[in-house]
Design a protein around this ligand. Sequence first.
Ligand code: PXP
Length: 236
Amino acid sequence: MFLCINLDHVATVRQARQEDYPSLIDACILAEKSGADGITLHLREDRRHIQDNDIYEASKIIKGKFTMEMASTDEMLEIAKRVKPNLLTLVPEKRQELTTEGGLNLKNNKNKFKDYISEVKKAGLRASFFIEPDFEIIEIAKELGTDCIEIHTGRYANVKNSDILFKELEKIKKASEFAYGLGLQVNVGHGLNKDNVAEIIKIKNLSEFHIGHAVIARAIFVGLEKAISEIKEQLK
Ligand code: PXP
């Protein structure tokens, strides 16, 4: 199990004042020192937090796994080809959303994604689809030629009712087993924190945990190092 820390919101704080602090690069270095197995950055089309230069600079200093989250556009693929991250996680993007609000709709866009994955592979890169825990979508992901998926855990993370929480957890569990059985690498992410990750960790065959907002929020009170090491301890 690998802990990949999403540091977008270090850039959110910086961009709020258009300053050059806090340093995203220092945050990447500290995150890796604190036990992160990798760093994840989402270059959004609207550039609301991570900027192009962040991606280039971070790619030079990240020692572990570098994941770039992005929309499946030509512009992003060109940047990814230059930066060569270890993994491209393809996500849906809407201008008005506060954060990525759900998985990709692979059902209605099969041809587009098939071509995109083939371009990614031609460039010698690996891609992952950010998708809902849904068997049909997982089958399509496999058919489109991806090696990896990231299961959206946001619904599980946000639900308050314990019956629905149990159902959401079961969905993630079954979907992970199914995807792993198809030979896919299975990652998880969205809305996870040091507490709700405990049940997800019990699921077999998960590879990478992509966690961001809760870590930065907790770091306000305990510091980035402790916020990361707390989750790392759980994973161990
Ligand atoms: N995985 C994906 C694909 C995401 O888009 C995000 C948010 O950028 C995350 C994981 C991290 O989610 P959170 O910030 O809620 O931990």
